[in-house]
Design a protein around this ligand. Structure first.
Ligand SMILES: Cc1cc2nc3c(=O)[nH]c(=O)nc-3n(C[C@H](O)[C@H](O)[C@H](O)COP(=O)(O)OP(=O)(O)OC[C@H]3O[C@@H](n4cnc5c(N)ncnc54)[C@H](O)[C@@H]3O)c2cc1C
Length: 468
């Protein structure tokens, strides 16, 4: 056993440190389609913040790069470690420490999954509303990526729902940021800096999240449209109507067909309507009162009809849940039908029609294709990219990301940059901003041990996915 491995085992315990070939293959990757797996030299599963601090201090001493890992469901390659690196997995730090029904917060360890937190919050009639499609994802991972998901249109993303952290700096110091208060105005907001930093600044060892009332009644409406642009232009009217949907999703016809087949869904949409539909809106409403919900659904139906929907289907119970689940699982469908990448460009809502039209044309002109769905209320388009040649794909992605940025958006709305999109970010983003981010990174992590290769280049190493 190497000196470093022996020290890691002293800190976390022999049973919780693995090295070399003993590290299971699962820790070599997340779910990003184009990321190349890489088994780390060391895996440690600490049991508390003090052990995390000692592991980081020791890794710093040996110059060993460290990658934090939650559940490994990320879609950007941010949890893919380096072959000489240490993975700190939070799977043993998986306790819901408190459901605080006075301050309406939950205090959780980073390894708690969304499904586990939901169960505990439900018992108190509350809900943590951030709902990325994969409920086995961990709260620590959600902090790492600033996860979003379908309910962001009403409740916001991780950034809007995490009010405090305990975090360990790569130098081994433990800090607390924010707290249970609903506001704070004392200096820089370190909670917000750490959220979305993809394990490059500090590791969260405790997360305080807001809880919201759990509304008991909901209804799901599916509306086919014969014209893609009409779907997208309907969105502002739906949002300004005051119905406050908690899900507002767009699926192109190709994607709805693919997920219906993949998940064996029957939605009751007649063949004649399906044949002419180019895209669908999926809208879900919730309410504390059943009659008010019914009235809202009726109003939504009238509105969708006026906005050009070919028809309106109110899906009940099981059918609604299966469709929402299928939409959440659309990544697996994209993977199953051979997508080479899945991207999540975000643009201002008003720019969505132009973004989608030009992204499709760009792909077509290169003999490739893009198809997908998205959190249309947030302007966040998830596109499966079908372009097997890596060089051609890099050129296509550069064009599509540039287009998103030209329209006032960003390369990623919620998946992050990880190892698969960081090079594009550095090529396309304002160099002044990148230099400022670099100085922030150096302030947190002077030795550069946290997730090298994510956001910033890994010194002396080629990028996994160099932009053309
Ligand atoms: C089917 C499917 C659907 C999905 N749908 C959505 C969606 O709708 N919206 C969405 O936003 N995402 C979605 N995702 C992506 C994924 O679920 C999220 O990115 C999630 O936040 C990752 O959580 P994780 O625990 O798996 O993190 P990991 O993949 O393990 O790690 C993600 C990042 O967080 C860092 N990290 C992990 N733990 C910590 C910690 N304690 N402190 C600091 N950094 C840490 C890692 O180093 C890495 O950079 C989906 C994924 C799948 C497979």
């Amino acid at each position: 056993m190497s000196d470093a491995a022996a020290r890691f085992a002293e800190i976390a315990g022999d049973a919780h440190v693995l090295t070399g070939a003993a590290v299971p293959e699962d820790y070599a990757h997340d779910e990003a389609l184009p990321a190349v797996p890489c088994r780390p030299a060391f895996l440690a599963r600490p049991g508390n913040a003090r052990e995390v601090a000692e592991l980081l201090r020791t890794a710093g001493e040996f110059g060993i790069p460290v990658t934090a890992r939650g559940s490994g469901t990320g879609l950007s390659g941010a949890a893919r470690p380096r072959e000489d690196g240490l993975v700190i997995s939070f799977e043993r730090m998986n306790a819901v420490l408190e459901i605080d029904t006075v301050n309406h917060v939950a205090v959780v360890q980073p390894g708690v999954t969304l499904a586990e937190l939901d169960e505990r919050a439900a018992a108190a009639g509350l809900r943590y509303p951030v709902h990325p499609g994969e409920l086995s994802a961990s709260l620590g991972g959600n902090v790492g990526t600033n996860a979003g998901g379908m309910r962001a249109v009403k409740y916001g993303v991780t950034r809007h729902n995490v009010v405090g952290l305990q975090a360990v700096l790569p130098t081994g110091e433990i800090i607390r940021t924010g707290g249970r208060t609903s506001k704070v105005s004392t200096g820089y907001d370190l909670t917000q800096l750490i959220i979305g930093s993809e394990g490059t600044l500090a590791l969260a060892t405790e997360v305080i999240v807001r809880l919201h009332p759990r509304l008991p009644h909901d209804a799901t409406v599916l509306a086919p449209f014969a014209d893609v642009e009409a779907v997208l232009t309907a969105v502002p009217d739906i949002l300004s109507g005051g119905l406050e949907p908690h899900i507002l999703e767009y699926l192109d016809a190709q994607t709805l067909t693919a997920i219906s087949e993949h998940e064996k869904l029957s939605l009751g949409v007649p063949e004649s309507v399906r044949a002419s539909a180019q895209a669908y809106l999926l809208v879900a409403l919730e309410n504390r009162d059943r009659d008010r919900l019914r009235a809202d659904v009726d109003e939504l139906g009238v509105l969708l009809d006026r906005l050009g929907a070919s028809d309106v289907y109110v899906l009940e119970g099981g059918a609604a849940r299966r469709l929402v689940r299928a939409r959440e699982n659309s990544f697996w469908t994209a993977k199953a039908v051979g997508a080479d990448d899945v991207i999540d460009v975000v643009v201002p809502r008003a720019a969505m029609p132009e973004f989608l039209r030009r992204a499709r044309e760009t792909a077509r002109s290169r003999g490739a294709a893009v198809a997908g769905c998205g959190h249309v209320g947030d302007g966040n388009v998830h596109l499966g990219v079908f372009c097997p040649d890596p060089r051609e794909r890099k050129e296509l992605l550069t064009e599509v990301f540039s287009l998103g940025m030209e329209l006032g958006g960003a390369i990623s709305g919620e998946h992050g940059l990880g190892r698969t999109k960081s090079e594009y970010f550095r090529a396309l983003e304002d160099p002044v901003k990148i230099a400022l981010m670099r100085r922030i990174k150096d302030g947190f992590d002077p030795a550069g041990i946290l997730n090298p290769g994510v956001l910033f280049p890994d010194p002396g190493r080629a990028d996994d996915h160099p932009a053309p």
